[in-house]
Write a protein that binds this ligand. Structure first.
Ligand SMILES: *Cc1c(COP(=O)(O)O)cnc(C)c1O
Length: 536
């Protein structure tokens, strides 16, 4: 969702703000002027109001629009609680607006298994959300929300030893899967972003302790690194140095090495990166980092629970985990290919002396001695229990058989795409994901995406270079023949109509590509999020 929104947002802002000037051919001058005068307060203000009204107009064109026109400024908690029927009806109508991912026509965001696996998750969740001592009606209502709310709290490991036990087991199993040794350890977090936030905090604090003279800590990574690293840097006061990648979209180790300086506190890369599913040369990067006395974080949020099985299946997977001696930490999401409900990821460290930097403690609070291992204070127990159940119920065999099934679908789709004249797979994706680009100047892949959307697919557009992202799941089994067929047809349509690449998102992206100032885009994204999270 976020990716899609970002893409659309990025496109719209350029259309609106700059389209007129572009047509007049005054772009270069305008851009320079704009960047400069944006600093002037009244310009900033009017720019903001333009962005805001564009964001509002844009939202009206999406399915998020209420359709009822006027939206209330605020609403109250209902005076009298709604009945069970009312609540179910309301939720059902909200749900109806959403795309059903089980049809296999969407390629990101969900990692659902279409079998009884999620029934078990639900039951586990229920067990750990039981609320006692309330009236029967309330109890019943609470049960309605079992999928979304949790009542057990992992904040205090002394109070819920079962959760502590499950958490340590999850972390240990994950570390073993990634070839850690008995000293390898970690914590469970709410997701990939929190795992990466924590890793960045660890390395910032480590540097503060070891090299207190570093005042402006920096992270060095390829430009394909997930934005969570930029978010972490933004929150914790670091700077990210992004390096261009090679033609196959993998990290350029020598460019990274050249970017190191006396402020560098961390080197990061991905296994694989999300955009194109290609694996950075982790072994080389981590050796290079170690040579300079630097830690290396591997973002395996996407691949952590898939690559080990793909390797076991016999596919070529270069080393990316704790077998690389320079790798000091790895993030791996269980709520992706670990197939648990949303809200579980592992951040693993090579040893406990690193992990200690993650723990926050306070000894002076009148409420008692306080410690917390991650961003969240209160931590939902249901997510821990569900993750534990997911791993233990699937087991290695379950993960292997799903990996085999998904790799078969992936191989089949990659072959079908490669056969379509004008399309290509970008780089060498290692697992159950790939990006489709164009191999013919007459085939605008974003125009192809526009045509595909008209045929009922939800396409994930990506930029620099233009391509579409596909993450594969079991439900794509039923749609993969249709996907190949529709892609082929769409390519023919695009080849036969040059106008298509000037319209729709393709046209907007084309314009956008000429504009290197991402600051305006980022302002627009903020306006957009500010607007979209209002009552609609
Ligand atoms: C999904 C993902 C993240 C972020 O994880 P969230 O669970 O969305 O917070 C980070 N890195 C990669 C490679 C990812 O695929």
């Amino acid at each position: 969702m976020i990716l899609l929104i970002e893409h659309l947002v990025v496109a719209v802002v350029f259309l609106v703000l700059l389209g007129v000037y572009l047509r007049n051919g005054a772009w270069e001058t305008l851009r320079t002027v704009l960047v400069a005068i944006k600093q002037i307060p009244w310009v900033a203000e009017s720019l903001e109001s333009v962005l805001k009204s564009e964001a509002t107009n844009f939202i009206k064109t999406t399915k998020l629009a209420s359709g009822t026109g006027e939206k209330p400024a605020k609403i109250w908690i209902p005076k009298k609680g709604m009945t069970r029927e009312e609540i179910l009806a309301k939720m059902k109508s909200l749900k109806e607006k959403e795309t059903n991912h089980m049809e296999g026509r969407i390629f990101a965001y969900t990692y659902t298994l279409a079998d009884d696996h999620f029934q078990l998750q639900k039951e586990v969740f229920e067990m750990f959300t039981e609320q006692t001592g309330l009236s029967p009606e309330h109890d019943e209502l609470v049960k309605l929300f079992q999928k979304a709310f949790l009542h057990e709290n992992a904040l205090n490991p002394m109070v819920y030893p079962s959760l502590r036990q499950m958490e340590t087991e999850i972390v240990s199993m994950t570390c073993s899967m990634m070839n850690g040794n008995p000293a390898t350890c970690g914590f469970l977090t709410s997701g990939g972003t929190e795992s990466i936030l924590m890793a960045v905090k660890v390395y910032r604090d480590r540097a503060q302790k070891l090299y207190p003279w570093i005042k402006k800590p920096e992270i060095v990574c390829p430009v394909t690194q997930h934005p969570a690293i930029a978010k972490a840097a933004h929150y914790f006061g670091l700077t990210v140095r992004y390096l261009p990648v090679k033609d196959d979209m993998t990290a350029d180790v020598s460019a990274m090495e050249q970017a190191l300086n006396s402020n560098t506190v961390l080197v990061a890369c991905s296994a694989p990166q999300f955009c194109h599913g290609v694996l950075d040369p982790v072994e080389e990067i981590s050796n290079m980092a170690a040579k300079h006395g630097l830690p290396c974080h591997v973002d395996a949020c996407f691949g952590g629970f898939m690559l080990p099985w793909v390797e076991k299946l016999g596919y070529p997977v270069p080393k990316w985990d704790f077998r690389c001696p320079g790798v000091t930490s790895i993030s791996a999401d269980i709520h992706k290919y670990g197939y648990t409900v949303k809200g579980a990821s592992v951040i693993a460290y090579r040893s406990d002396d690193l992990r200690k930097f993650q723990i926050f403690s306070s000894g002076s609070w009148p409420g008692g001695l306080y410690g917390s291992p991650s961003m969240a204070g209160t931590r939902p127990g249901g997510n821990i229990a569900a993750a534990w159940a997911a791993i233990n119920s699937l087991g290695e065999e379950g993960y292997m058989s799903r990996a085999r099934q998904l790799m078969d679908i992936t191989d089949q789709l990659k072959a079908a795409v490669t056969e379509i004249e004008g399309l290509k797979i970008i780089g060498n994706p290692v697992m159950t994901c790939f990006a489709i680009g164009s191999s013919d100047p007459d085939v605008d892949i974003l125009a192809v995406a526009d045509v595909m959307e008209k045929k009922g697919w939800t396409m994930e557009r990506q930029q620099n270079p233009s391509c579409v992202h596909c993450t594969i799941l079991p439900h794509h089994q039923i749609s993969c023949d249709d996907l190949a067929g529709d892609l082929k047809e769409s390519v023919t349509i695009v080849k036969g109509n040059k106008q298509l690449s000037k319209q729709g998102t393709a046209g907007m992206y084309g314009m956008m590509a000429t504009i290197p100032d991402t600051a305006i885009v980022e302002d627009f994204i903020k306006e957009f999020f500010s607007e979209i999270y209002k009552l609609q």
